[in-house]
Write a protein that binds this ligand. Structure first.
Ligand code: GRF
Length: 212
């Protein structure tokens, strides 16, 4: 399964995928291309360092979302991408992209959705005083951080945490969980039924995907 990763920032989740792929831990998933809306982001440097093809679609060059979406779509299709992974990609996708990859776009969000959608999720959770935080990987639909939830992983909020400490603890779980989900999807073990995700037998959910 050909995987395209869209990024906007530091790209540590991309790096987790690159590293697991090198170790042969992504199953039939193969990273093919990295796309970004931010021309000089660190994630693109990671892609280059890994020898992955990359492309930039700067959203500032597009007055309408449709054109931006279409350019992204073409960048991904040029590499026969089957699965699109949003890994810190900070733009909302429009209908063109959703239609081009139906049920084949996933996003990682640093909160236990449906709580704390949107930006600065870790700060939202920290400010709300939650005792358990975490990350969610979900299929993308037309909403912001909505769409069927595939997997979640929880972390405890410590008494002496600040937002940065919590962010780092969540990020470490993101790096663990994202490659597992990409592998499971590539192995065709993740199906959507009635807007809910079912992970088919054979994936040891209790041990490898610690869904709450
Ligand atoms: C992650 O926390 C991800 O959940 C969120 O943006 C951050 C991206 O981090 N959507 P990185 O670019 O993968 O380092």
């Amino acid at each position: 399964m050909n995987v395209g990763v869209l990024v906007s920032g530091s790209g540590t989740n991309l790096q987790a995928l690159i590293d697991r792929g090198r170790r042969g831990e992504l199953g039939p998933a193969v990273l093919r291309v990295v796309g970004s809306n931010v021309p000089d982001c660190a994630a693109l440097a990671r892609a280059r360092a890994a020898g992955l093809p990359s492309f930039v679609v700067d959203h500032r060059d597009y007055s309408a979302r449709a054109g931006f979406d279409r350019a992204l779509m073409l960048g991904l299709r040029a590499h026969q991408v089957d699965l699109v992974v949003l890994a810190g990609f900070m733009r909302v996708l429009g209908d063109e992209m959703l239609a081009a990859f139906p049920g084949r776009i996933i996003n990682i969000h640093p909160a236990l959705l449906p709580a704390f959608a949107g930006v600065r999720a870790q700060k939202q959770a920290f400010d709300a005083g939650v005792r358990i935080a975490g990350c969610t990987i979900h299929f993308v639909d037309s909403g912001v951080d909505t769409g069927p939830i595939i997997a979640q992983s929880a972390v405890l909020v410590h008494e002496d945490d600040d937002v940065e400490a919590l962010r780092a603890r969540i990020l470490a779980e993101e790096h663990r969980l994202l490659p597992l989900v990409v592998k499971a999807i590539a192995e065709r073990r993740v199906v959507i039924e009635d807007h809910k995700v079912r992970i088919l037998a054979g994936l040891p959910t209790g041990d490898t995907i610690r869904s709450l």
